[in-house]
Design a binder for this molecule. Structure first.
Ligand code: SF4
Length: 165
């Protein structure tokens, strides 16, 4: 199996949020705690889509909800549309990963609080982009830690003390 298939969905997500966060997480430096936002996310997961399989782990990927029908449907549940690119590429990576194992699936990103869904399809262009992202992630992980750059999101990041204390 090629090395790219060991990359976690969270790493693809962090690639879009912060390269320092991606590097720290990838080197097993985890400081994520149960913030109110994380607790709210878990509650939404429990209360929505009660009849489906939840938090399904397939190798390095952990899918929020899997619905088995004529075609497999995967669902990512998010609280808000902030950081939308990170969710979209994380979900595209799941579709890419499943396709590598011969599994065709469709994907939906749900925002229960907004009662909104976005359907995600994996195009050939997306596959090329995902391959580039995975190669770049490997390059970042195998290089020295990217220097932290302060942005608004840092204030809510679990690594804040690590980066700026
Ligand atoms: S505190 Fe800011 S720079 Fe540091 S990992 Fe978090 S988001 Fe990145």
């Amino acid at each position: 199996m090629i090395s790219e298939m060991y990359i976690k969905g969270t790493q693809v997500n962090y690639y879009f949020i912060c390269k320092t966060k991606l590097w720290l997480f990838s080197h097993n430096i985890t400081m994520e705690h149960e913030s109110d936002a994380v607790k709210l996310g878990k509650l939404i997961h429990r209360e929505v889509f009660k009849r489906d399989e939840k938090e399904v782990q397939i190798g390095p990927i952990a899918i929020d909800v899997v619905r088995v029908g004529n075609i497999l449907e995967i669902r990512e549940i998010k609280k808000s549309r902030k950081m939308e690119d990170s969710y979209i590429y994380q979900t595209l990576y799941y579709l890419y990963f499943l396709k590598k194992f011969g599994i065709d699936a469709r994907a939906v990103i749900s925002f229960p609080k907004r009662r909104e869904n976005i359907e995600i399809e994996l195009s050939r262009e997306d596959e090329t982009k995902i391959k580039e992202i995975l190669m770049d992630i490997e390059k970042i992980i195998n290089s020295p830690m990217p220097k932290p750059e302060y942005r608004k999101i840092c204030r809510k990041c679990a690594y804040f003390e690590f980066c700026f204390a």
